[in-house]
Design a protein around this ligand. Structure first.
Ligand SMILES: [Zn+2]
Length: 203
């Protein structure tokens, strides 16, 4: 194996550890990523996030003898575009009343099934993946994650924020800042006799 491949492999393994193994930890990573301010990343941080997106878009389940080539790093524009799309998608899906439906184009991906075993061999063993445009694949994968592991994916209850969070236990707000801003807004509202405060969270 050439040196470049080893480094690339190590980078992708690191990205895969960031994401974790379970659907829940992957979704948690996606939500943290989407809530980040992209303007604060330096180039290495952007590259790390790009690798995480590649791992996320990677084979859904690799057949035992399936060899997939190591993906090249995502270019900066793709990371930025996917970040912006996920930010919008996640905000849109957690906000609004029941039966809010969000649709998005994911036409740039195909579903691939790989048979690991020879023709006629039982038991047949299968692998699968989405292939095609990384952007489209990531959106499709995130939609799958929301369906499988999104039971705690909610909007922050502070009306000036409403960002998506994966809530731990009784968590209702992103963090102490939103929780405090919400309490302050409630107090102000009581003092004004029920008018909604216009406080928003600066990000
Ligand atoms: Zn919040």
């Amino acid at each position: 194996m050439v040196k470049w491949d080893e480094k690339r492999h190590a980078d992708l393994m690191a990205a895969s550890r960031h994401l974790g193994e379970s659907d829940a930890s992957k979704l948690a990573w996606v939500v943290r990523f989407a809530n980040e301010d992209a303007s604060l990343w330096h180039s290495a941080e952007r590259a790390t996030r790009g690798d995480c997106l590649l791992v996320l878009a990677g084979p859904g389940r690799v057949a035992p003898n399936q060899i997939s080539p190591l993906p090249k790093p995502l270019d900066e524009d793709s990371v930025a575009t996917i970040h912006a799309e996920l930010k919008h998608l996640l905000r849109d899906v957690v906000q609004g009343p029941a039966n809010t439906t969000v649709s998005f184009k994911s036409g740039g991906h195909d579903v691939a099934i790989t048979r690991a075993t020879d023709e006629g061999v039982k038991p047949a063993i299968w692998g699968w993946s989405y292939t095609g445009n990384v952007q489209a694949v990531v959106l499709r994968v995130v939609a799958d994650l929301i369906l499988r592991a999104g039971d705690r994916l909610v909007a922050c209850k502070f009306k000036g924020c409403r960002n998506p969070i994966v809530a731990h236990r009784k968590q209702e707000y992103c963090d102490a800042t939103c929780s405090q801003l919400a309490r302050t807004a409630k107090k102000a509202q009581r003092r004004k006799g029920g008018h909604h405060g216009k406080a928003t969270r600066k990000r």
